[in-house]
Design a protein around this ligand. Structure first.
Ligand code: ADP
Ligand code: MG
Length: 253
């Protein structure tokens, strides 16, 4: 499904600031699987996700999605099959637009023509139903500006927007890191539910080692641009947070 094939990414090539953010990483991800990605700050996690999203082009190697090189796919097409949620709750929604207007935009995801952004009354019931599923009372606030929402409510709306047109892939970059633990937990449960219901293939970057080992079925650890751990099944079950921390400090040292 997602084939990351010996990918390298260098920033500021040929200058004193040359930085090999990703140094030859390969990961094969099966359709419908949920992979968690951990690693220290600056280890290349976000760069890897941005490469998969097609926001960045690899300097070497390639990324195939269903056997197609993402670098060769149009932005529209990529948008239709990849949903992405970042850490900052402000980044995913347009705060001066209403909840329903945000959802109307999300419905247009991947379409070349963005005309007619107005909310169709026949879509309203669908939006309400989707919002009800979030269980945050947003179904009664269709006309409220997204800017009025709390961080958690906004991330929930962003997740809904990212998955509304049923993409194949969901990329999550520390999307609960800015939330309090209780809200983060709620958003993670919602994430798992959306991934399952829509049979998405997901990659989730997190700093929370417990989350990394308990969610999904496979964990990848990055360190200094390289993949230093890639576990699933029984091997992953045996791993503890302490093991990860030990590996983490060993790699750093
Ligand atoms: P992580 O998400 O694991 O914290 P990143 O992938 O964001 O790490 O960054 C990896 C390295 O690449 C860091 O050293 C970072 O400073 C560098 N980097 C990331 N994006 C850019 C960019 N656009 N220009 C220059 N350097 C970058
Ligand atoms: Mg990052």
């Amino acid at each position: 499904m997602i084939k990351i094939d010996n990918v390298k990414k260098v920033f500021n090539r040929g200058t004193v600031n040359e930085n090999w953010a990703v140094k030859g990483v390969s990961v094969d991800i099966k359709q419908g699987s949920f992979v968690t990605v951990i690693g220290g700050n600056g280890s290349g996690k976000s760069t890897l996700l941005n490469l998969v999203a097609g926001y960045l082009k690899p300097d070497e190697g390639r990324i195939l999605i269903d056997d197609e090189d993402v670098s060769n796919v149009t932005d529209y097409k990529r948008a239709s099959y990849i949903g992405i949620v970042f850490q900052d709750p402000l980044s995913g929604t347009a705060k001066s637009l209403s909840i329903e207007e945000n959802l109307a935009i999300a419905m247009k995801r991947g379409q070349k023509r963005m005309f007619g952004m107005g909310v169709k009354s026949r879509d309203r019931e669908f939006y309400r139903e989707q919002l009800r599923m979030l269980d945050l009372g947003l179904e009664n606030r269709l006309k409220d500006k997204a800017g009025l929402l709390s961080g958690g409510q906004r991330q929930a709306l962003t997740l809904l927007m990212a998955t509304l047109v049923k993409p194949k892939i969901l990329l999550l970059d520390e999307h609960t890191a800015a939330l309090d633990p209780k809200t983060a937990d709620k958003i993670l449960k919602l994430t798992v539910k959306l991934v399952k219901e829509n049979s998405l293939t997901a990659m989730m970057v997190t700093h929370n080692m417990k989350q990394a080992l308990s969610l999904g079925e496979r964990t990848v650890m990055m360190q200094l641009g390289k993949k230093v751990l890639d576990v699933d099944g029984e091997e992953r079950k045996k791993l503890t947070v302490t093991d990860l921390l030990e590996l983490f400090s060993r790699e750093l040292g």
